[in-house]
Write a protein that binds this ligand. Structure first.
Ligand SMILES: *Cc1c(COP(=O)(O)O)cnc(C)c1O
Length: 381
């Protein structure tokens, strides 16, 4: 049996007619950059994320970069984030000239530990602490960081919060939507995200009309009015074609999310029926609106061999992420070393993402768990 990690072709078949109709309208209009479709999507995403404004941008990475720029982050500044995330989170900080400061994750959720952030801040000199301007919590795999506790710390130290919600559209923490809890919310429409475009795209949410205006200026090289530049921005524009694809998909997002949640619950019931509790740890669900961009399990031993074995059985799985950011070659000048963030390092060495996409059938999930059971059963025997 084949169980790919993700199969977007299956999803496309269910929405093909609508998508082609919408894309055709764009072709007929020959209006490709920003424009009415992007504006329409911005209103829809702002509403979906329970916030005021949304600004369509060229990617999730650019959503982070443009937020940092709008927050005025630059050389000399420090920005706190997690070392266990996709590269773009820390890469964007460095691109502004600022420096990332890492705080370790919580091993139950793989999200940045708010306690570790507090410890980091109290351990710093007053002078260094005054250089910390922002914090980027990443809602990893589709589950939100403990934002109420983070808000308390951010208020105390006057930090801007930039949510990296690239994997978490529609996720909630204590009833509040991802992207509505910080000063900025950054989303990605990369095809493998829960709400993916047919290419690159992203969006930034904010409650502040000032920041909304600033983001819109920076998106078009700081041009306002046209050809008059008060500030230096970039080309961070979203395509109308991508916006129209995302708008079609948005109508189905809640249904797809329910299916992902159902798959996660089914995995849990399957793992409960077998005796692998000493080897396999399932992801902890803190809140009921975890949107499961990934279902990531932790293996006490033989993770790499299991991945290879599953691949041979036709099952796709992936390691998110094999090298935590503090150990990346390009960040060696930040001065971190192995052992600095033991939870992130442990997660990098022991976790594996299993297929969780909405269109999976029960028998495919059963097959995945059966094969994991067979692998560890055979190892012990
Ligand atoms: C995907 C992702 C990004 C970057 O989004 P792109 O659209 O690929 O640029 C940033 N942060 C996280 C956590 C992501 O998963």
């Amino acid at each position: 049996m084949k169980v790919p990690l993700l199969d977007l072709k299956q999803q496309y078949q269910t929405i093909k007619t609508e998508i082609l109709q919408e894309i055709n309208k764009i072709f007929e209009s020959q209006y490709f950059i920003l424009g009415p479709n992007v504006a329409k999507l911005e209103h829809k995403i702002a509403a979906y994320s329970s916030t005021e404004f949304a600004v369509g941008v060229s990617s999730g990475t650019d959503a982070l970069l443009i937020s940092l720029m709008a927050a005025g982050i630059g050389p000399g500044d420090l920005v706190i984030t997690t070392p266990y995330t996709f590269f773009a989170t820390a890469g964007s900080i460095v691109r502004t000239g600022a420096k990332p400061l890492f705080a370790d994750i919580d091993l139950e959720t793989y999200n940045i530990s708010v306690e570790k952030i507090a410890e980091l801040l109290t351990s710093m000199s007053v002078e260094n602490r005054s250089r910390v301007k922002a914090v980027i919590p990443v809602h990893l795999y589709g589950q939100c960081v403990e934002m109420d506790k983070l808000r308390t710390i951010a208020d105390k130290y006057e930090l801007i919060i930039i949510e990296d919600a690239a994997q978490a559209i529609g996720a909630e923490y204590k009833g509040q939507r991802a992207g509505s809890m910080g000063d900025f919310g950054c989303f990605s429409f990369f095809p493998s995200k829960n709400l993916g475009a047919f290419g690159d795209g992203g969006i930034v949410t904010t409650k502040s009309s000032d920041l909304n205006e600033k983001l819109r200026d920076i998106r078009v090289h700081g041009s306002r009015p046209k050809y008059f530049h008060k500030l230096i921005g970039g080309n961070f524009r979203l395509d109308a074609i991508q916006a129209s694809v995302v708008m079609v998909k948005l109508k189905y997002l809640d249904e797809w999310t329910r299916k992902r949640q159902k798959n996660a619950a089914f995995y849990r019931s399957l793992f409960a029926q077998i005796d692998l509790k000493d080897v396999v740890t399932l992801p902890k669900e803190l809140e009921n609106r975890h949107i499961y961009n990934q279902f990531v399990i932790c293996l006490r031993e033989k993770r790499d061999q299991l991945k290879e074995f599953l691949a041979a059985q036709g099952i796709g799985c992936e390691i998110y992420y094999p090298v935590p950011l503090h150990l990346q070659e390009c960040f060696s000048n930040l001065g971190y070393k192995r052992g600095d963030f033991p939870n992130s390092e442990y997660a990098a060495d022991h976790t594996l993402a299993l297929p969780i996409y909405p269109e999976l059938e029960k028998k495919q999930l059963e097959y995945v768990v059966d094969q994991i059971n067979a692998f560890y059963g055979r190892q012990e025997g």
